[in-house]
Design a protein around this ligand. Sequence first.
Ligand SMILES: NC(=O)C1=CN([C@@H]2O[C@H](COP(=O)(O)OP(=O)(O)OC[C@H]3O[C@@H](n4cnc5c(N)ncnc54)[C@H](O)[C@@H]3O)[C@@H](O)[C@H]2O)C=CC1
Ligand SMILES: CC(=O)C(=O)O
Length: 312
Amino acid sequence: MAARIGIVGVGMVGSAAGYALALMGVAGEIVLVDRSPALAQAQAEDISHAVPFASATRVVAGDYDALAGADLVILAAGVSQKPGETRIALLSRNAEVFAEVIGAVRRVAPDAILLIATNPVDIMTDIATRLSGLPPSRVIGSGTILDSARFRTLLGQHLHLSPQSIHGYVLGEHGDSEVLAWSSAQAGSVPIRAAAAQMGAAITDEVVARIDAGVRRAAYRIIEGKGATWYGIGAGLARIARAILRDEQAVLSVSILTPEVVGVKGATLSLPRAVGRAGVTADLLPDLDDVEADALRRSAQMLADLAAEVKL
Ligand SMILES: NC(=O)C1=CN([C@@H]2O[C@H](COP(=O)(O)OP(=O)(O)OC[C@H]3O[C@@H](n4cnc5c(N)ncnc54)[C@H](O)[C@@H]3O)[C@@H](O)[C@H]2O)C=CC1
Ligand SMILES: CC(=O)C(=O)O
């Protein structure tokens, strides 16, 4: 039977995910739910007009009851950052939104995998895991999927290679403490620094600093310029959804509650992980140098401490 995806919160991010999913054609039906039914209705109508160019997906608006039987529900409800605001500053407001939304989704779609986009996405994934009672493997935050895409884009531009031929991951928090795993990045099958040297485009300290800021500060820059980010994450959410619904076992950097990593217990954070129909089925932590391992430890500890402060 064709897959059914729900999206709760269809502002910029939820609607961009719906649009990307409709173009990709991975679902038979996409159901849009929002606190504003008029917005959900308008987004469904607009996105459905893109469908004839790409797929046969049915795109409809509905209330929570319309999510019954969903295989996957994407959560993008809540407030977003104002210029200069951190993701973590959104926590208390979005925790209140999840207190209402997660129970409503679970009541009608108990078998759905939850895919979280709302920021701060790692802590919101931790909250969704606890509120839902689902196993962590079935409550997946988009985490650093977007940061890894930004890393691959900038490395691809530096080397004049397709970002699809760059393999590199951002680990830890989707946020200020994230860790770019330079030491394991590759172009094709060649370690990134060796590839860069072969291609006459050495990765100097200046290049590292520029790409690091390009990734870490991307959201701040884009929000300054247009108020929010949505295309990158919309495509990232659709990519994760495709991996789940087609049981791809694709390696993607996503966030789940993790029993232990680099000595830190109980942090919800991103690592490259295998993603398929059962959710996350394996972790693939790359080899890290000492600087990267220390940075990941700090990021993980910060996330574990912050999540522990959230009382539900
Ligand atoms: N994980 C990531 O990489 C990214 C995450 N985000 C986050 O995604 C979230 C959404 O961002 P935008 O779409 O730009 O915001 P938006 O304001 O455009 O949309 C949010 C939507 O949530 C709805 N909503 C709020 N409370 C609700 C409730 N209780 N029940 C149902 N719907 C509710 C609103 O009506 C609105 O339509 C933010 O937290 C933002 O920071 C944004 C970009 C990237
Ligand atoms: C807003 C956000 O989290 C991002 O674009 O990375």
